[in-house]
Design a protein around this ligand. Structure first.
Ligand code: ZN
Ligand code: ZN
Length: 490
């Protein structure tokens, strides 16, 4: 298993993810996606959107605003229930979640050992005096306040006046934007049950203990579906969505053994949920939630109808009756999915005595699909041919041109960012005074490191097949095989 430090370090070194405001010392738990990270995350979101919206006739999309009417959060229950129990240290003023406080090592000044300072493992007692933690775990000196409920929503002010009337919140989930638009979408699109509304967007939670890189952050991006069904068919639809969503991650290369389903216990169910199950991924810090799939019943639509005074119902043509649909909610995190795909793709192996780091991204998710590399950067015809090929390929697949190192180094660089294919233009491609051009280029596969030689003109057509996983088949074709003695470069 890869540790998180390795991933964090690769992410920074290769332009995937940087700490936010790093030159100012960083902010707690905020991260910026760099040039390759934004490509990767956009690819994850695009795959999700295409599979869940564009390829389904029962789904439509939405992009609601982050700031909403304050009453929304009263109706949804977030103002009253979206809280964590907090304690504060009276000395150092640090704040802790009272239900998680003993999950971290604690600082102890032991009177039985001349007042010396010890850092004691989480949940353990001091070996010298046998006391357990009673003071602040961070400074070891301050007393803690009684627990009080702390709302996780970010509060802000709408308009120029900072008074209570103008208080608003950054949305803690995208779901409510869908519920409040239920009737708008239903009427404008003339939808029939069952149907779903999907949305990708930012949400904000003032987490007391964020951490584990991009896993738990205060600003994050959700990929949510609210799927409206006839009451009574909800349990069946819930199961269908569980199966569907569980199969989605392996479709893009995620290892099945690193995924599992975890059913919520009755006492951990959210106030609106009838049943919830999480898809968990085996992250470096352990099994953790990747996506939650909840049966939210008719709770939200009924609450919003009650608080807004507007009916949020569906007219069933068959029974000629109005019903309030039940809702199945598959709620995934774009950042978590991106991190999981990253962790899952990471491989370190030894090739001819040398370390090779390779990200085995599915071609759909890989930030760069093709790298076009000139074997000699001083040969104008090679460079010109390579640049032209790169520009052609770019129209369909994000491709890069690189001539800043030897070919072996260039291959390793592309392996490390997960580029599925490299295309090399060499002297034979363009010809020289000794030999005529063969108008062929070499394609190298990231995973097998095998190479084939194909006509320059056929590269786009062959790439279409390779992107769909046809490497083994194409590499086996006698037309493209490279005689062993000629395949010198790694
Ligand atoms: Zn303290
Ligand atoms: Zn002690």
């Amino acid at each position: 298993m890869t540790d998180m430090e390795t991933i964090v370090s690769l992410c920074k070194r290769r332009g995937f993810i940087f700490q936010s405001s790093e030159i100012y010392g960083g902010t707690g738990s905020c991260w910026d996606y760099g040039p390759l990270g934004v490509l990767l995350k956009n690819n994850v979101k695009r795959a999700w959107w295409r599979d869940n919206v564009e390829l389904r006739s029962d789904m439509v999309g939405l992009d609601a605003s982050i700031l909403m009417a304050t009453r929304v959060w009263k109706a949804s229950g977030h103002l009253d229930h979206f809280t964590d129990p907090m304690v504060d240290c009276k000395a150092c003023k640090r704040r802790f979640r009272s239900d998680k406080i003993d999950e971290e090592p604690w600082t102890h000044y032991c009177e039985a050992a001349k007042g010396n300072k010890f850092i004691i493992p989480a949940g353990e007692a001091c070996k010298h005096c046998n006391h357990r933690r009673s003071l602040c775990p961070a400074c070891g000196k301050g007393e803690l306040t009684e627990p009080r409920q702390f709302n996780l929503m970010f509060k802000t002010f709408m308009g120029p006046v900072e008074d209570e009337a103008a208080v608003t919140y950054l949305r803690p989930e995208t779901a409510q934007g869908i519920f409040v638009n239920f009737d708008n979408v239903l009427q404008s699109m003339r939808l029939k049950l069952p149907f779903g509304i999907a949305q990708i967007g930012k949400a904000f939670r003032n987490e007391i203990t964020p951490g584990n890189f991009t896993f738990r952050t205060r600003e994050f991006e959700q990929m949510e579906i609210e799927y409206f069904v006839m009451p009574g068919t909800d349990e069946e639809w819930h199961q269908r969505w569980l199966d569907e969503r569980f199969a989605w991650y392996p479709k893009y290369g995620m290892t099945k053994e690193n995924l599992r389903l975890r059913e919520h216990e009755k006492d951990e169910l959210a106030h609106y949920a009838k049943r919830t199950a999480d898809i968990e991924y085996k992250f470096p810090m352990g099994w953790s939630e990747l996506e939650g799939i909840a049966n939210r019943t008719d709770f939200d639509l009924k609450q919003h109808a009650k608080f807004s005074g507007r009916a949020l119902e569906y007219f069933d043509e068959e029974t000629k009756q109005k019903v309030v649909p039940y809702v199945i909610e598959p709620s995934a995190g774009a950042d978590r999915a991106t991190l999981a795909f990253m962790v899952d793709a990471y491989n370190q192996e030894e090739v001819r005595g040398e370390k090779r780091v390779v990200l085995r991204f599915h071609p759909e998710l890989a930030p760069v699909k093709i790298a076009v590399l000139p074997l000699l950067k001083k040969n104008d015809r090679i460079v010109e041919t390579a640049k032209k090929l790169c520009a052609d390929l770019r129209k369909r697949w994000y491709s890069v041109y690189d001539d800043t190192a030897s070919i072996g180094r260039l291959y390793r660089r592309q392996d490390e960012v997960g580029t599925p294919f490299c295309v090399t233009v060499d002297v034979q491609t363009v010809g020289d005074d000794k030999a005529a051009a063969d108008d062929k280029v070499t394609i190298r596969d990231r995973d097998t490191m095998q190479q084939i030689r194909v006509p320059l003109a056929n590269v786009p057509e062959i790439m279409s097949k390779l992107m769909e996983g046809a490497w083994a088949e194409i590499a086996a074709s006698a037309d493209y095989k490279i005689p062993a003695k000629e395949s010198s470069s790694l």
